[in-house]
Write a protein that binds this ligand. Structure first.
Ligand code: NAP
Length: 241
């Protein structure tokens, strides 16, 4: 049986991890919750770059590397592709399709934090939904803005910001209530794709609000790419039969 190393930290990865066997390993960076109910082993923390990951693959007798990390976790995906090339261990990846703008959407595409700040200049009540990055800039909030920052972090915020610790999935009803309560006038998002966090885009569309959308990073080619965990699991099944 091929021993699998699954790189995760996403809901998609958890779906795959639940199907792995006793000899397989699920790997997390260590930022969020560590599951305790899996049949496979769970390891937490970095490998020490692409070289460290390649060493791990060799030492642990891994036969297949599965990259189910978030589409914006570009470093670990680059390391996975590089370690796969160095060791000859094949790399498969789940690459969730990005959301596509629909009729009525007003997406403002940006490449980085400076682009976000510039795109937000005309607005006063942004909702940030792209992780922890805004927390490093809470003392730079322009005088005309109040930020709502939703991320997996508990902290008090400031006089011009509120930090909300909330984990998806989010519903259209819940997002509508949030937008209304905080008088949101613009949303800041990564293009994560998938259903779990799509509701904010539905609500922005209904309310005619713009979305400042951070472009996806380019990811290295791997041996096989799958749109969904189910497709990857079917390929794993075929491999073992
Ligand atoms: P990143 O910038 O691509 O990776 C930074 C470093 O963290 C990597 O070089 C690696 O350290 C370590 N690392 C990342 N994922 C790992 C994993 N699954 N197992 C072991 N080490 C890992 O990653 P990031 O954007 O900070 O994201 C960190 C984790 O959070 C990822 O696993 C990702 O799936 C999850 N996540 C990220 C986002 C996002 O928006 N970026 C959203 C949801 C979930 P070494 O070089 O030492 O090996």
């Amino acid at each position: 049986m091929t021993r699998i190393l699954l790189l995760g930290g996403t809901g998609d990865a958890m779906q795959i991890a639940r199907e792995l066997g006793l000899r397989d390993v699920y790997s997390l960076a260590g930022l969020g919750k560590v599951p305790v109910d899996l049949a496979c082993a769970v390891r937490v923390g970095g490998f020490g770059g692409a070289e460290g990951l390649a060493r791990y693959l060799r030492e642990e007798g891994i036969g297949l590397l599965v990259d189910a990390t978030h589409p914006y976790a570009a470093q670990i995906s680059a390391n996975a592709a590089s370690a796969s090339r160095a060791t000859g261990v094949p790399c498969w990846a789940v690459r969730r399709a990005p959301w596509q703008p629909q009729a009525g959407d007003d997406w403002r595409m940006v490449d980085d934090w400076a682009g976000i700040v510039a795109a937000l200049a005309p607005f006063s009540r942004p909702l940030f939904t792209l992780g922890r990055e805004p927390l490093a800039h809470l003392d730079e909030i322009p005088a005309h803005q109040f930020w709502i920052v939703r991320c997996l972090e508990t902290q008090p915020g400031t006089v011009r910001s509120r930090v909300m610790d909330a984990r998806g999935p989010f519903s259209v009803e819940g997002e509508s209530a949030l937008f209304s309560e905080h008088r949101i006038d613009v949303v800041v998002s990564k293009n994560s794709g998938g259903k779990a966090t799509e509701a904010k885009l539905v609500v922005a569309r209904r309310l005619g609000l713009p979305v400042v959308m951070l472009r996806r990073p380019a990811l290295a080619d791997v041996d096989r790419e799958f749109d969904t965990p189910a497709e990857l699991l079917a390929a794993l099944e075929a491999l073992s039969s």
